[in-house]
Design a protein around this ligand. Structure first.
Ligand code: UDP
Length: 256
């Protein structure tokens, strides 16, 4: 059950509602899947439920490790409660292994390990197709202040380390992912917090042994089996058959 207020925004995969208390938001995870800036669309039954659960898991773990986040709690199968933040209009992308757009851009082979983790920024603007931008653009156009960008880099490096470790423990390679940050206002204080979602919609996840794709590339590339793949991620994280009331789920260690 959730006491949500008026609908504030409908995105490609989520709907945001006013929350039950001032300064809160209810995030509803839809089953809609889109790719290529909305050109490809489908409804994949069950995706929203899985993403809600998986995103809750990562926001909780990252919060425990000292990363400030907007996440407050999961409300039900499809909804979670967040603190309301002002989204910084950047997609912060971290790459550990070459895949997706960097391959085309730089002529890299998919699966090539990168010399080190690389952080990229895209300016969130659907009309422009979320173009890649440099730090210079971010601060020159005031999308984020130098201090905010500094916070973003520090948190992003830690998020990558923590998530890569969690996924490695369950036999999954974290190839790349996208995160977003927001400004949380409290009185005249403002702080940078991790916001939005972390799910197989926003990560590339490959099985360590088979290289099988366990992420949204199954949809982008018409591979099928998206819900099975997301279910497998949730299962390995120890999230299935848990209603949120029992002891905290633990990921199942996969022996190499
Ligand atoms: N990504 C995302 N939302 C976007 C663009 C990218 O979640 O609007 C994620 C994507 O799932 C992948 C990573 O960011 O894990 C890097 O994506 P890339 O730049 O390679 O773009 P793509 O090939 O997905 O268009």
């Amino acid at each position: 059950m959730s006491r949500k207020g008026k609908r504030l925004y409908e995105g490609k995969a989520k709907i945001l509602y006013e929350g039950p208390e001032a300064g809160t938001l209810v995030v509803h995870f839809k089953d809609d899947a889109t790719a290529f800036n909305g050109e490809k669309f489908d409804v994949i039954e069950g995706k929203g439920v899985l993403n809600n659960r998986i995103s809750e898991y990562f926001f909780t773990r990252l919060g425990e490790m000292g990363i400030p986040t907007s996440f407050l709690k999961r409300l039900n199968m499809r909804e979670q409660l967040h603190r309301k933040v002002e989204i910084i209009p950047l997609e912060v992308i971290v790459r550990n292994v070459a895949a997706g757009s960097i391959c085309k851009r730089l002529g890299l082979k998919e699966g090539e390990p990168l010399p080190r983790a690389i952080i990229e920024y895209c300016y969130k603007n659907d009309e422009l197709g979320d173009p890649l931008v440099a730090e210079e653009h971010v601060t020159a156009f005031g999308w984020a202040t130098p201090q905010e960008l500094d916070d973003i880099v520090q948190y992003t490096v830690r998020v990558n380390d923590i998530m890569s470790g969690i996924f490695a423990g369950i036999g999954i390679r974290l190839v790349d992912f996208k995160i977003e940050f927001g400004r949380e206002y409290a009185g005249d204080m403002v702080r940078t917090v991790l916001a939005d979602e972390i799910s197989p919609d926003s990560c590339r996840l490959w099985d360590f042994k088979t290289n099988e794709k366990l992420d949204k590339d199954r949809f982008r590339r018409d591979l099928g089996g998206l819900v099975d793949a997301y279910t497998e991620v949730a299962r390995r994280l120890g999230l299935l058959n848990d209603n949120g009331g029992g002891p905290r789920p633990r990921p199942k260690l996969v022996k190499g």
